[in-house]
Ligand binder design. Structure first.
Ligand code: SF4
Ligand code: SF4
Length: 389
């Protein structure tokens, strides 16, 4: 059992505002059960198709004919992933896939002299400014809530679980958001669209490494992290960046669901943001566009529940939970990632435009049914060849 020790109450006072409901049978999630890890050790997930899915990221799988799945589409997608791949593969011989199944290895020592910090609010504002300087689109800070840490990391040499290896005394999680390109996301499903994902992973790898280096230069611990070490979604929600939705994504006022998140674990003294309930939950209660559009019906209908379809889902949290096996099975079939459920979401808009800002206000108000009606036909697929122009 991976229960948190009794000293840590399962439900916390701030959970209500974050829309988090943890039940008695809560267990921390083992990263070994993440569907991408299972594709390496579990024959229920590992198939010839899933092997070809991973091979396609090395240009080994033959690109299929068809708009969005040609050699140039795979070529762009894989080029977009390059920096992230370089980071994730540099410690492969030690069983660490950095940024995915292991925290990113720090490249700089912690400075021997600590910068004096007498105002945590100012320090937090400074960190957010530095995060923006390095290229993050959103930044929030929350506490080191250990419920969302994985029980361990995966040693990729034999896919066993080993300790996370985080230093003692970490007190905060800095969560960063990275916007995905609107037009590319409109081309999902396609190998071309995967370039939107890859580009942000490459961006976020550089940004978390640089921001962590800045903090370490100030004399404090900072561990850069992408998908590894803990579940980023609850940290993003607690850090006030957005609200959890039926499509398993965090919907933000700035970019809707169209972004990726990364994080840094640190002991730098910082003040913490608070969750911002926006009204997304009420909208998702009347909307099923993502679930309807999912080709393999991997997304749930009805209200949030504690049901888990298989071992690739955390137990003891009442929420909308996808069937990750079905979802990944579709990715493997495509030989690329899918985010149809991001594309069709009515919140996937360009909020720099006034009409989309007005729509958002309507959607988060009691007039949400009208907003849903107004978004009929929203999120139509852009032909990948039209993106290339
Ligand atoms: S990513 Fe694609 S397959 Fe997975 S839940 Fe979303 S729409 Fe379904
Ligand atoms: S498509 Fe509708 S139900 Fe799905 S996440 Fe977006 S708003 Fe919520």
């Amino acid at each position: 059992m991976n229960r948190i020790a009794n000293r840590t109450p399962l439900q916390r006072p701030e959970d209500k505002a974050a829309g988090i409901e943890v039940t008695e049978d809560f267990e921390r999630f083992s990263q070994r059960n993440d569907v991408f890890s299972r594709a390496m050790w579990d024959d229920r997930v590992r198939t010839t198709r899933s092997d070809a899915f991973f091979a396609s990221y090395r240009m080994e799988a033959t690109p299929r004919r068809g708009d969005g799945f040609s050699q140039r589409d795979f070529a762009l997608r894989n080029a977009a992933w390059l920096i992230s791949d370089m980071v994730s593969e540099r410690s492969a011989s030690e069983g660490r896939r950095e940024g995915f199944q292991s925290p990113i290895t720090v490249d700089t020592p912690v400075a021997p002299v600590k910068a004096e910090i007498d105002d945590t609010t100012r320090m937090t504002a400074e960190i957010k400014k530095v995060a923006r300087f390095f290229g993050a689109d959103l930044c929030g800070v929350t506490d080191m809530d250990e419920r969302w840490l994985y029980t361990g990391r995966v040693d990729t040499r034999d896919m066993t679980e080993v300790p996370l290896g985080l230093p003692e005394g970490l007190s905060s999680v800095i969560v960063l958001g990275h916007e995905m390109e609107h037009e590319l996301v409109a081309t999902y499903p396609s190998a071309l669209a995967g370039a939107a994902t890859g580009r942000e992973y490459s961006h976020e790898a550089a940004i978390v490494m640089q921001l962590a280096a800045y903090i370490r230069n100030l004399g404090y611990e900072a561990i850069p992290s992408m998908n590894d070490t803990g579940l980023v979604i609850p940290y993003a929600v607690k850090a006030g960046l957005g609200e959890y939705a039926r499509n398993q994504m965090v919907i933000t006022p700035e970019f809707g669901p169209r972004l990726r998140f990364s994080k840094i674990f640190t002991n730098l003294p910082l003040s913490h943001d608070v969750p911002r309930p926006l009204g997304v939950r009420a909208f998702c209660d009347i909307c099923t566009r993502c679930a309807d559009a999912c080709p393999v019906k991997a997304l749930p209908y009805g209200p949030p529940s504690t049901d888990v379809p298989n071992l690739s889902a955390i137990r003891g949290v009442r929420k909308w939970t996808s069937d990750a096996e079905k979802c990944f099975g579709f990715w493997a079939k495509l030989a690329t990632d899918c985010a149809i459920c991001m594309r069709v979401c009515p919140f996937n808009r360009d909020f720099s435009k006034l009409r989309d800002k007005i729509w958002m206000k309507l959607a988060l108000s009691p007039l949400r049914k009208l907003a849903l009606r107004l978004s009929r036909g929203h999120g139509a697929r852009l032909k990948p060849s039209d993106w290339w122009g």
